[in-house]
Ligand binder design. Structure first.
Ligand SMILES: NC(=O)c1ccc[n+]([C@@H]2O[C@H](COP(=O)([O-])OP(=O)(O)OC[C@H]3O[C@@H](n4cnc5c(N)ncnc54)[C@H](OP(=O)(O)O)[C@@H]3O)[C@@H](O)[C@H]2O)c1
Length: 207
């Protein structure tokens, strides 16, 4: 099951996935005032259609530059709505539907260790998600495990310098989607792991 704030109807990569197995796409937009009822209705419909959820990964996020001096009530709320409120609401909706033994995984940022100074509101949202991980792990145990991933740069933002970011890691490279896939697979397959945040940043936080 995949979610997006936009409809993916007709997208080639979704159709390709559909040929490999059964797939449902749900349109969950953090900006939708009816978001919670929409999530509940979608999940009820899936359950009635025989779907069972054996895991979930919360990946939604934006990476807005917001230096000191540019903060407004409106732009702070927008950043926190998507990067903090939305994962909380998704976790709440999904938690009672997850099968026993499932792992709920949340994508955080290595900024939970060392803040991005031009992006403090984003970092604050990720820090909030970092407290969600152990809290939710306690609330959902022993049935469901919860794991966070504090990611360094895997896909650099358009305005960033990949060489500079790679230099600022111990391993002198950026991450890539395969690095994240291995970590997600490890968390899903590790029944003694819960409440932890795995850092996957090439050692950036130690520099
Ligand atoms: N890229 C990196 O190197 C990196 C580094 C550290 C942490 N992370 C974290 O990893 C996660 C994924 O990052 P990414 O680089 O893959 O970002 P991305 O390509 O921009 O994807 C962001 C996701 O957020 C969703 N989204 C955007 N606006 C939304 C809205 N209004 N309502 C619901 N969903 C919305 C997008 O879905 P649609 O566009 O389909 O709506 C998309 O699935 C984020 O949580 C990010 O903080 C990424």
């Amino acid at each position: 099951m995949l979610t997006s704030s936009e409809a993916w109807t007709g997208e080639a990569w979704v159709e390709k996935l559909g040929r490999m197995g059964r797939i449902e796409t749900l349109q969950w937009d953090a900006e939708n005032p009816q978001l919670v009822s929409r999530m509940m209705a979608d999940l009820d419909r899936l359950e009635a259609a025989g779907w069972a959820l054996s895991g979930a990964i919360l990946a939604a996020g934006t990476f807005p530059e917001a230096p000191l001096g540019t903060w407004t009530a409106a732009n702070l709320e927008a950043t926190w709505r998507l990067n903090l409120g939305f994962p909380f609401l998704c976790a709440q909706a999904l938690a009672p539907r997850l099968l026993s033994g499932s792992c709920l995984q949340i994508l955080l940022d290595t900024s939970v260790h060392r803040p991005w100074l031009k992006r403090l509101p984003y970092g604050a949202a990720k820090a909030g998600q970092a407290s969600l991980v152990p809290g939710l792990a306690q609330l959902l145990a022993p049935s469901v495990r919860v794991v966070g991933h504090a990611l360094g740069t895997l896909l650099p933002a358009k305005d960033s310098d990949p060489a500079f970011l790679a230099e600022r890691t111990l391993l002198k490279r950026l991450g890539n989607p395969a690095d994240l896939c291995r970590a997600v697979r490890y968390a899903a397959d590790s029944p003694f792991l819960t409440g932890e945040i795995l850092t996957l940043d090439g050692g950036r936080r130690w520099l």
